[in-house]
Design a protein around this ligand. Structure first.
Ligand SMILES: Nc1nc2c(c(=O)[nH]1)N[C@H]1C(S)=C(S)[C@@H](COP(=O)(O)OP(=O)(O)OC[C@H]3O[C@@H](n4cnc5c(=O)[nH]c(N)nc54)[C@H](O)[C@@H]3O)O[C@H]1N2
Ligand SMILES: Nc1nc2c(c(=O)[nH]1)N[C@H]1C(S)=C(S)[C@@H](COP(=O)(O)OP(=O)(O)OC[C@H]3O[C@@H](n4cnc5c(=O)[nH]c(N)nc54)[C@H](O)[C@@H]3O)O[C@H]1N2
Ligand code: SF4
Ligand SMILES: [Mo]
Length: 729
């Protein structure tokens, strides 16, 4: 007889098995009870918030407890699978360290002394302070810093209050310069999810992008499928990344010299006639100027700058040219590297254009033009003072230049900033130069943080408002603009635990106290979503059942005679030579400028992702912490040996300004160049409230005291610091 778990339970006696399962934790007990037929599972579709890829998930619930998360098979971003982090969402839900009630600071700011408060009291304190700031300085004296789903609730609240000042790290610390570089070239950015047609590519080019460690779900699925199908991979990375391990050509470039490589590639494509002449004649302008400007960028010149063999530079350029247009030059995502990041992104966009890959199968596809109306809302008041979002940078995006708002808070110019409303971003970890963040906070009359965990920034707040996790709430519909239009629903899988509340509720209740209730006219967020579905002609019932709807006949991904592209640039064409940049005094064709190299005894500090964590936000997650408990510093094995370090030893990192890290384990490896070190971002939190990750590993941000601001977009290049390794103590 095959002994299944069920027959085993029957033969061994349900009672004893029940006791055994119960002692092994609530999940095991519930699974036992399900198998014994005592309870039945329910399955609730929603979408993930452990990162911003918004994968469709299906939660299995037994007796009110979430026991499993799976990918939603009908959702394009997950296709039935979640990444490790998405699976680990349950860890966040049941993390005993979660914020459980509203808290009001009773000590000095940053001391971490809090008392519990009711929602009414905590929101009352916030509203009083915000009213005071509005009366004394005007509403523009409040700024909002925000990231992810909470933005959909708190940005409208702060806009209704009357401030135009908003900063999201997704611009100036992430993809801002990339988006600007592509917008200046094609009139639009590469999108999020990036519209990379990896599945149809013949050649894929990753410049820094460390797919596989950067774990954006469907993108990595496409990447794996493309490799399996034989698409050739070129990886430019000074570290032998997971992706480099799959590459036909690995280019271990000297850090900070990518623009030299790109200009040489462009030059080779032009001089060898490998560009798509018909495509450029029809859609682009500025070819002659481009050709002239890059003519000195020979393979030999680039070889000296990049420390790569000239022959490899030529060979890889030909690989691209001979397989065009089915070549995906991945635009990257975290692009804030050296302060010339718009120009590097421009060079990537220009290369894409030369190969005729924009709007072509296997290159970059077009997003659907369809969309879902947002629904009517009362117009926000017109601010009377100019927004500080742009920071004076001519091409800064609407998401705001976070650190410019921080600087204005410190200086009080052009006008005072007295309150920060922060939701879903741990500014101590996301912004470079932590001292400036601390200095700015010292100037505030009010720091409010809406968060789920007691992170570094949370524990500096005057008032902490505990949001429930994404598994316990509604949020705005996710409108996916990939090849087709898709709409996804986030809905509560279980009721909020403790005294936490959904963001929409917090925003609505605070609005009432600020006499702004009319901006939130609905009774529940579900009511608002239902109305939006009705206006958009979408069945809410189907959406609720399936979690995601893909709208048919909304796809037109490639150029065809009927589907001609429009370029929202000044000229209406692809700008190989950018008049807009020229007008503002910048190089119309990217020009390579050498960056300082590490002084003797120092290494360039670089950083990236672990496949099982998201920034700082998952470090304490019990499920994910078990997989990766602290970060390591990667250093070339020869250098480690010379300095007397072996793998597993602890070291302390000290940067050029004397900033010192927490201790961090050494990973001595041949997988990295000798002139740099590398670590996973997000570690080394200070908080004793984080029982698993507090003080574990080192914080890259603590060592990033210097940052190089891109003069075009205002984004902060963060790979410009140099560190030494020292023994502990
Ligand atoms: N698991 C996981 N996945 C994530 C995230 C996460 O937190 N966790 N975050 C998501 C987000 S928001 C973003 S923005 C992306 C970021 O992910 P990517 O956009 O892929 O990040 P990169 O900036 O390319 O940085 C990582 C790589 O750059 C290499 N590198 C360092 N210096 C240089 C250099 O000078 N030149 C070149 N060519 N390479 C260099 C490093 O060795 C490393 O392999 O990841 C996304 N995916
Ligand atoms: N040195 C360095 N700096 C970086 C990066 C780097 O690699 N190195 N990466 C940059 C990039 S690419 C990005 S995108 C940014 C990311 O910057 P952030 O988005 O600020 O990243 P996290 O550190 O994860 O902080 C997220 C915060 O949101 C909270 N949170 C999580 N879920 C929820 C929720 O549902 N509701 C609310 N209210 N709060 C929630 C978390 O507990 C945490 O406090 O950082 C940038 N800064
Ligand atoms: S990629 Fe992973 S963490 Fe990000 S949304 Fe998808 S499942 Fe969640
Ligand atoms: Mo990012």
């Amino acid at each position: 007889m095959k002994l299944s778990r069920r027959t085993f339970l029957k033969t061994s006696g349900i009672a004893t098995a029940g006791i055994a399962a119960a002692t092994a934790g609530p999940e095991k007990f519930l699974l036992w009870a399900e198998e014994a037929g005592l309870i039945q599972a329910t399955y609730v579709p929603t979408f993930c918030e452990i990162c911003f890829w918004k994968c469709g998930a299906i939660a299995k619930v037994l007796n009110g407890r979430v026991v499993k998360l799976d990918g939603n098979p009908v959702h394009g971003n997950s296709r039935g699978k979640l990444c490790a982090r998405g699976n680990g969402g349950i860890g966040l839900l049941y993390d005993k360290d979660r914020l459980k009630t509203p808290l009001i600071n009773v000590g000095k700011r940053g001391e971490g002394k809090y008392r519990k408060a009711t929602w009414d009291e905590a929101l009352g304190v916030v509203a009083e302070k915000m009213k005071g700031i509005r009366e004394q300085y005007g509403p523009e004296a409040m700024a909002i810093f925000t990231h992810g789903a909470p933005t959909d609730h708190f940005l409208p609240l702060l806009s209704a209050y009357g401030t135009p000042n908003v900063g999201m790290p997704s611009f100036a610390q992430c993809r801002g310069p990339r988006d600007v570089g592509y917008e200046l070239t094609f009139g639009e950015g590469p999108g999020s999810p990036e519209r990379v047609d990896l599945v149809n590519s013949k050649v894929m080019v990753l410049i820094g992008s460390h797919l596989g460690e950067n774990m954006h779900n469907s993108q990595v699925q496409d990447f794996a499928e493309a490799i399996g199908r034989g698409s050739k991979l070129i990886v430019v990375d000074p570290r032998y990344s997971i992706a480099a391990g799959k590459a036909e050509q690995w280019l271990p470039i000297r850090p900070a010299t990518d623009l030299a490589l790109l200009l040489a590639w462009i030059n080779i494509i032009i001089t060898e006639g490998l560009y798509d002449r018909a495509y450029l004649d029809q859609y682009a302008e500025g070819f002659a100027e481009l050709a002239r400007e890059v003519s000195h960028c020979t393979p030999e010149w680039a070889a000296k700058e990049t420390d790569l063999p000239a022959a490899q530079i030529v060979e890889t350029a030909r690989m691209m040219g001979h397989n065009a247009p089915a070549v995906t030059i991945h635009p990257g995502r975290h692009a804030t590297w050296y302060g010339d990041d718009v120009q590097r992104s421009r060079a990537m966009a220009i290369l894409t254009a030369l190969l005729g890959s924009w709007g072509r199968s296997g290159g970059m596809f077009f997003a659907t033009k369809a969309s879902l109306p947002k629904g009517e809302s009362k117009p926000f008041p017109e601010p009377t003072k100019a927004s500080l979002n742009g920071g004076g940078y001519p091409f800064a995006g609407a998401e705001g230049v976070t650190q410019a708002i921080r600087t204005a808070t410190i200086t009080g110019a052009p006008y005072p900033l007295k309150g920060w409303f922060v939701s879903g971003t741990n500014l101590m970890k996301s912004l470079p130069n932590q001292q400036e963040t601390v200095d700015a906070i010292a100037k505030l009359d009010l720091l409010v943080v809406v968060d789920v965990m007691p992170m570094d920034l949370t524990m500096m707040a005057d008032v902490i408002l505990p949001e429930c996790t994404y598994l316990e709430r509604h949020d705005a519909l996710a409108i996916g603009k990939g090849k087709s239009l898709s709409v996804s629903l986030r809905q509560p899988v279980i009721k909020p635990l403790y005294d936490s509340q959904p963001g929409w509720w917090i925003a609505k209740e605070l609005a009432k106290k600020l006499d702004l209730g009319e901006y939130f006219p609905w009774n529940s967020y579900e009511e608002k979503i239902k109305a939006q579905c009705k206006t958009g002609g979408i069945s809410y019932d189907d959406l609720k059942k399936l979690g995601c709807l893909t709208i048919p006949d909304t796809s037109a991904p490639y150029i065809t005679p009927e589907n001609q592209p429009t370029f929202k640039t000044e000229s209406g064409k692809i700008q190989l030579y950018s008049k807009e940049l020229k007008e503002k005094g910048f190089d119309p064709v990217p020009v390579y400028v050498r960056h300082p190299l590490p002084p003797e005894g120092f290494f360039r500090l670089t950083y990236g992702r672990s496949s099982v964590h998201t920034f700082s936000r998952t470090t304490n997650n019990p499920a994910l912490n078990e997989l990766y408990k602290e970060n390591e510093v990667w250093i070339n094995a020869n250098k480690a040996k010379a300095l007397g370090f072996s793998s597993g030893d602890y070291a302390v990192l000290v940067n050029q300004d004397g900033a010192k890290s927490n201790r961090i384990r050494v990973k001595a490896t041949q997988r990295i160049r000798e002139d740099m070190v590398y670590m996973v971002h997000g570690w080394g939190s200070l908080g004793k409230e984080l029982s698993r990750s507090g003080r574990k590993g080192a914080d890259d941000q603590g060592l990033i005291t210097k940052y190089a601001v891109d003069p075009i977009a205002g984004s902060t290049g963060m790979r410009v610091n140099f560190v030494k390794l020292q023994k502990e103590g």
